[in-house]
Design a protein around this ligand. Sequence first.
Ligand code: VGL
Ligand code: ZN
Length: 213
Amino acid sequence: MEATGRITSRDALIVVDVQNDFCPGGALAVPDGDAVIAVIHRIAPRFEHVLLTQDWHPPGHCSFASSYPGKKPFEVVTLAGGEQRLWPDHCVQGTRGAELHPDLRLDRAELILRKGFRKEIDSYSAFFENDHATPTGLAGYCRERGLGRMFFAGLAFDFCVGFSAVDARKAGFEAVVVRDACRAIDVEGSVERMEAEFAAREVRVVTSADLLL
Ligand code: VGL
Ligand code: ZN
């Protein structure tokens, strides 16, 4: 296994935002989003540590187009913290859309990290909110648990998975994205932009086959 070497107890699989609203029929459905589940089920047994994230917004969240009169989903607005792309209302706390997809069977998962729960700031990344300064606590958790390398899977490749992997590098961890265990939203060049960011930040991209050798 040239790409990743042996998976050890310092490695963790981070499964990002595999929630009803990001799957077909959901409020912000990622094309083919639920296809990641089978791939995640194949690779998860290789990991001693499995962590999950959950996008978890209050009603009226600053990332919802519905919070701005006259704005439509997928437009970009400028907020105090910088640019914010607007989305349909999604992953509202306590709703069915915010629940993890019912087919996801990761009962061994050690942690479910919720993010984006503050009304005035979004959080794509599992490590820092979108001001790129407010930590979620995940880096501290991982460091304290002796985790050094994070493998990323889930939704969406070009947003929450991607920002999480880049921020893992910024926080001093190794980061590996399992490409076929992710699906992308793909809006206005977001996939290519994220791939360029991965190259610049030394985020490695592998396929699930590389882990199953
Ligand atoms: C996500 C857009 C808005 C994601 C979350 O999980 O990639 N994308 N909120
Ligand atoms: Zn969100």
